[in-house]
Design a protein around this ligand. Structure first.
Ligand code: IPM
Ligand code: MG
Length: 371
């Protein structure tokens, strides 16, 4: 098949992990006889420096023209809260312009990575959860202003916004274990009470086979760690989804192995690892590319309809990790990537801790072996 893919490396470790994603896309194209055109565009802090705008017009046009967008990460201390132009609004604008209102963040735990999680191994058995985070509304997109010494952030949700993302969660739950936990703060917030009403109606009327439960966000934060295997699909608003998915990433051992897909009404999607730009390790070539490689798998599945290829990429990541391939973040508590000491020798001649490129190589080798 033919596909046009816009590629935004962004800032920090973004370009490093995206380089591995591009190698994988080339491998998938070569293996399946596909014709992928990959266009790279400036985005985030790098684009602010070069063009004065985190989302320059030609980047936005390139993304709107593409079948899918692969993104690394944005942000960094150079463009902190006090900077005149910050990269984060560019990401929010991109999500909004692409209309990708449903953010899928699957959390799966590889048995080989159980020891990388700070949680007890027995808690991690049987976890397979999928967050559906609303991505283009809520407090992220509300009016922000100051009056004298007071700051305001407005949070608004419409019925239509809640309906459409609930339908995405409903369809996904039907293909899984058939359970949705809708998370909100309805004991305090009016928007949350709307979420409860609307999600209840949509699931009852349109997804009779799906069981819907509601949970307050503070309680959900606790239960995600206490009994994570009880969750199937977690449906929640933008801000709560941002926070809870970072928390849930600890079940998988590292933020570095988790992908995401942002989808709208059509097939076009925005795919990014859920980790940030990690300025503390940027430029050292030690970041984990697996979150990006798994995001490539989601891109193949959801935007290009290449399910077999998506499964093969996912199997390759799993096989490489099961075979012992480890970047610093998943190497265990002995080396968290913050040390400058040379990597210790590992088994079978493989260094105990792989660089970003070496991890990419390990996954590509596993991909080739799966043909
Ligand atoms: C994420 C990130 C972004 C968000 C930031 C960079 C604006 O944390 O994708 O989870 O909050 O959505
Ligand atoms: Mg986040």
């Amino acid at each position: 098949m033919k596909a046009l893919i816009a590629v935004l490396g962004g800032d920090g470790i973004g370009p490093e992990v995206v380089a591995e994603g591009l190698r994988m896309l080339h491998a998938v194209a070569a293996a399946g006889g596909h014709d992928f055109t990959l266009h790279e565009f400036p985005f985030g802090g790098a684009a602010i420096d070069a063009h004065g705008d985190g989302l320059p017009p030609h980047t936005l046009a390139g993304c709107l023209a593409a079948d899918a967008v692969l993104l690394g990460a944005i942000g960094g201390p150079k463009w902190g809260p006090a900077a005149p132009v910050r990269p984060e609004p560019a990401l929010l604008r991109l999500r909004s312009e692409l209309g990708v209102y449903a953010n899928l963040r699957p959390i799966t735990v590889l048995p080989a990575l159980r020891e990388a999680s700070p949680l007890k191994a027995e808690l991690l058995e049987g976890i397979d959860l999928l967050f559906v985070r609303e991505l283009t509304g809520g407090i992220y997109f509300g009016r922000k202003w100051r009056e004298g010494t007071t700051a305001f952030d407005e949070c608004a949700y419409s019925v239509a916004e809640v309906e459409r993302v609930t339908r995405v969660a409903g369809r996904l739950a039907e293909g899984r274990r058939g359970k949705i936990t809708q998370v909100d703060k309805s004991n305090v917030l009016e928007t949350s009470r709307l979420w409860r009403e609307v999600s209840t109606r949509v699931i009852r009327d349109e997804f009779p086979g799906v069981a819907l439960e509601h949970m307050l966000v503070d309680s959900a934060a606790m239960h995600l760690l206490r009994r994570p295997r009880d969750f199937d699909v977690v449906l929640t608003e933008n801000l709560f989804g941002d926070i809870l998915t970072d928390e849930a990433s600890m079940l998988a051992g590292s933020l570095g192995v988790l992908p995401s897909a942002a989808l709208g009404d059509g097939r076009r999607g925005l795919y990014e690892p859920i980790h940030g730009s990690a300025p503390d390790i940027a430029g050292r070539g030690i970041a984990n590319p697996c979150g990006t490689l798994l995001s490539v798998a989601l891109l193949l599945r959801h935007s290009l309809g290449l399910e077999a290829e998506a499964l093969r990429v996912e199997s390759a990541v799993r096989a490489a990790i099961t075979d012992g391939a480890r970047t610093a973040d998943i190497a265990g508590s002995a080396d968290n990537g913050a040390s400058d000491a040379p990597p210790a020798p590992g088994v079978a001649g493989r260094p105990a801790v792989l660089s970003t490129r070496q991890m990419g190589d390990a996954v590509l080798q596993a991909f080739a072996a799966l043909s």
